[in-house]
Design a protein around this ligand. Structure first.
Ligand code: GLN
Length: 486
């Protein structure tokens, strides 16, 4: 059990000293899963053969004194909307319940190149649509800090598995906050890189202009290493950035004296829970102590982010999800008399309520007569929001705010009010609209001992600066060290 609490850097040391083997590490992880998974529900399926095979290769390399990448042998959980050849990839949807990936996503290939054992595929909100992980077609995920509460979504399984010590690190996808919100609710670190830094090839598309794969971990260093392992240009993704990715570890531990920090005024209003507000205000003091200059920043257009997002994201989703028609792959209805009925019944029976709601909203926003009024307007507004942020980034190096105005809520408590659920993402969505790197790191606990997340955002391409800012905060405060007591 003590072994499972270590960071990847500590484990690597233990591996190299042969205090533990990579195979033993994978086996320990599955033992832990056997003990707690019934209470958490983080996994949709397991990839034990693959994990053990990878671990064996790592042990072989250690035996031969070969160089190993930083995360070789570290058990990782993979969100179940990322293809891993030969494993089931369901996106937590009935429509893909029995779909087996015929190919690897680019990030999955990179995990293999880094000898990182994938232990299983994690539960999510169906097609990554949601903020609480209650929209999975299979089962709900429970928060390791309080199993009556949600873990946040949509990458709830990936976050919960790391917080419950069922994995050390994991990958999620973030379209409007799906890495950062669950990281915040589960007391861990989650990072959404600049749009285009990590390849989307092999990620089941939700909203292509917003989706980005990113890492989770229990400390910033592990997250930085995992980001570096998966990032980089990919000819298979037309929106991939053709720029060299610098190793974040080169600057991670440098101090941040003289960095300019902006505190977003619109995200610290009275709507924010008192404990969350206080934790973020304390974080401001920490940055001051670390030698940063602090400035209040106003982003007047931020209030439109949720409206813009729910037009752009649903429009893109309605188009991306058109491919699930019962013809090419996935579920097909058995009750159709003709082709049209086969399409409609397959989709009616295969998709869950939230996915249907998004498809309807998106189709409406794209329909002739409404396209100009909704989709075009939303894209124009998106540009203005970006300009607002770019202006702010002239004066500050990074922005801070709460990841979410509240901590994790009770399972079931927001189900009948989709708008309230959508508002959960007010702090995270704008980073996706403008393509900027953003992360959530633990910054304290509320009165009920639920974790609070601090949101950091930098201008596009400043991923490494952001990780450095997060690392310095973590080193100063150590809030990441409090683990769930399961
Ligand atoms: N909660 C947001 C939504 O439901 C964001 C989801 C995501 O980032 N995948 O769309």
């Amino acid at each position: 059990m003590e072994l499972l609490k270590k960071t990847a850097a500590q484990i690597k040391e233990a591996l190299l000293k042969k205090e533990v083997s990579a195979v033993e590490l994978v086996e320990e992880t599955y033992k832990r899963i056997d003990t707690v998974e019934d209470k958490i529900g983080a996994f949709n399926s397991f990839t034990k053969d693959f994990a053990l095979e990878t671990a064996k290769k790592v042990d072989e390399k250690i035996k031969n004194n070969e160089e190993l990448p930083p995360l070789a042998g570290i058990p990782l959980a993979l969100k179940d909307n990322i293809n891993l050849k030969g494993s089931k990839t369901t996106a937590s949807s009935k429509i893909l319940e029995n779909f087996v990936s015929p190919y690897d996503a680019t990030v999955a290939l990179k995990l293999k190149e880094n000898f990182i054992p994938v232990i299983g595929k994690t539960n999510l909100d169906e097609f990554a649509m949601g903020s609480s992980n209650e929209n999975s077609a299979f089962k709900k995920v429970h928060n390791p800090f309080d199993t009556n509460k949600v873990p946040g979504g949509s990458s709830g399984g990936s976050a919960a598995s790391v917080a419950a010590l069922e994995s050390y690190i994991s990958l999620g996808s973030d379209t409007g906050g799906s890495i950062r919100l669950p990281a915040s609710f589960c007391g861990i670190t989650g990072f959404k890189p600049t749009y285009g830094r990590t390849s989307r090839y092999g990620l089941i598309a939700f909203a292509s202009s917003l989706d980005q794969i990113g890492p989770f971990g229990r400390c910033v260093e592990d997250v930085a290493n995992l980001y570096y392992a998966i990032a980089g240009y990919d000819t298979k993704d037309s929106t991939s950035l053709n720029l060299k990715v610098e190793n974040p570890l080169l600057t991670l531990k440098n101090d941040i004296k003289g960095f300019r920090v902006g505190v977003i005024k619109e995200l610290l209003t009275d709507d924010v829970d008192e404990d969350v507000r206080n934790a973020v205000l304390n974080a401001v003091k920490v940055y001051e102590k670390l030698g940063c200059t602090i400035k209040e920043v106003s982003l007047p257009l931020l209030k439109h982010s949720i409206g813009i997002y729910y037009i752009v994201a649903t429009a893109e989703a309605s188009s991306n999800l058109a491919r699930f028609d019962g013809v090419k792959y996935g579920y097909r209805t058995e009750n159709a008399q003709n082709l049209l009925e086969m399409y409609t019944k397959t989709r009616q029976e295969g998709f869950g309520d939230e996915v249907k709601r998004r498809i309807m909203l998106g189709t409406y926003a794209l329909s002739s007569g409404y396209y100009d009024a909704y989709y075009k307007k939303a894209q124009q507004m998106r540009r203005l929001v970006k300009e607002d942020f770019e202006k702010a980034f002239k004066d500050v190096d990074f922005l801070i705010s709460p990841t979410c105005p509240n901590t994790a809520f009770e399972i079931g408590s927001r189900n009948d009010d989709p708008i309230k659920m959508y508002l959960t993402d007010v702090g995270t969505i704008s980073a996706n609209l403008i393509g900027a790197p953003a992360m959530s790191i633990p910054c304290g606990f509320d009165k009920t001992n639920m974790p609070i997340g601090l949101h950091l955002m930098a201008n596009c391409m400043n991923d490494n600066l952001l990780l450095q800012a997060a690392y310095n905060y973590e080193r100063e405060t150590g809030f990441n060290k409090t683990l769930a007591n399961l």
